[in-house]
Write a protein that binds this ligand. Sequence first.
Ligand code: 6R9
Length: 646
Amino acid sequence: MSDKIYPVPADWAARAYVDKARYEAMYQASIEDPEGFWGEHGRRIHWFAPYTKVKNTSFAPGAVSIRWYEDGITNVAYNCIDRHLPERADQVAIIWEGDDPSEQKHITYQELHDEVARFANVLRLRGVEKGDRVTIYMPMIPEAAYAMLACARLGAIHSVVFGGFSPDSLAGRITDCGSKVIITADEGLRGGRKIPLKINVDEAIAIAGGVEHVVVVRRTGSPVNMVPGRDVWWHDAAALVTTECPCEEMGAEDPLFILYTSGSTGKPKGVLHTTGGYLVYVSMTFQYIFDYHGGEIFWCTADVGWVTGHSYIVYGPLANGATTLMFEGIPTYPTKSRMWEVVDKHKVNIFYTAPTALRALMQAGDEPVKSTSRASLRLLGSVGEPINPEAWEWYHRVVGDDRCPIVDTWWQTETGGALISPLPGATDLKPGSATLPFFGVQPELLDADGKVIEGAGAGNLVLKDSWPGQMRTVYGDHARFMETYFSAYPNRYFTGDGCRRDEDGYYWITGRVDDVLNVSGHRLGTAEVESALVAHEYVSEAAVVGYPHDIKGQGIYAYVTLMVGVEASDQLRKDLVTWVRHEIGPIATPDLIQFAPGLPKTRSGKIMRRILRKIAEDEHGSLGDTSTLADPGVVDDLVTNRLNKR
Ligand code: 6R9
């Protein structure tokens, strides 16, 4: 924790949409009269038919129901594209920067319109209609955004799957939402390395079945297998259709997308977001949190496979008529200055990234940053995991030259957009704190018994009431939605995060309190990694926990019990790492695997993760009460053979 305060710079207070007094007033209004507040701000997007009802939400046990603007009619693609054409047809909507610094594209709003409408026609000709699910498994190329917006135009529900996921993970997501159409590329390109997307899609389809059409973007030109009748090249299909494609009329509560995310138990959940409330919320948070003014260049470094890419590369910026930068590559290729070179090349004004990237770049020293200008930057952002004060200070001093405020935005796939974040013209900053709630957001801290913590203190972070960007359900499983988020504390949305509130009412997110890992800003369930491990023929049992990692934030520590007769070896350890990468994807790579003859269990057979976490964190002096263990002796072995952190 840091007790330093960075006051709002005077020029920011003067130029920003919101200063301190206005934040106070707007926040109060949003809490006292949510109907009035959101009724007014809902009109920031275009409605084909206006809403008469604003908020209809309930967190009541067993009857959770979330509806915003329910009788309004609109279309997300219309708001992100068509609506801007009279004024901005020739303005750049998307700047694309390729993996190789020699490749870039500037796509105007008119071009965006034409590409999206064309591709919507491609999908329509393949039978895609309102409500159908379409899976998008793509590299960071403009076609990924076109595909998302084409679905929105038709009213189809997209499910973007991060290109780093394995065929197995992709298959699970295709099956869960029953999509018959997949959009992909021959290969992805990151840091000069090729990613076999089409091969993965073919494998996934073999597992999942039911896929009728695959549209393939030619990205690298490597030869790929094309199944006649099923697979078609994007450019071939797009050449046969026009740029005329009307926007489907969508009810505010019609689904916009599904995005799979990890929870503490079971398979990833299909988080469902709908049309009206989501767009109002992401467009409003984008404008106010990044204090976006017309003509500025905004760069969010996330992948469109995560919610941050959905909300703050595509929908939030485009709904505001902004210029959004999309980057195909990685921070360290071809050099450690790449990010800042891109900033200089495209005159980026607002830069939004994850702490893990900053910590990695910080290790390379100041020189790769200082050798660039970054004079265009005026605001920096952070998202995905808690930012440690050292990384925050470095970001502020070295990247921002002590001149750019930092907005540390706390939110989740489930929340649609940022919920706790500074507004740069209104909020004094404290390094490591996400600071204060956005309009309409009512955080509360509860202790284990559900007692409300008033004033300064720490507890589990819950939200007292709904906001328009909130997820509506788990796709196909409303019972799981209610169980996961609303059963821990009645009438509250439980975030899964722990949090502290200081004397000034500032929020400090301390990280997940459930069995969800946050590895380099990527969410993973311990249960997912465990089930991948036990699927290996030599593994009898596995327990996975997180441990503090200097760069990744959290590393993956796996305790593995082998089948009788199988010998532990370094080779087997390597094999298991490869296995997990193959089962889930490289983001799930275990950092440390400890072979253990037994795992600590209660007499009823439940693995005591608390103890495993302590050992992994090297805190075995404070293991707490081990008397309820069936065999307390296993703990000694675990401690003795504990692996060293990297
Ligand atoms: C947007 C996104 C959500 C989890 C969340 C929390 C962590 C995100 C954070 C943060 C501290 C921040 N998290 N932003 N923790 N400070 N600014 O990352 O969504 O992938 O669903 O992850 O990430 O633990 O619960 P998602």
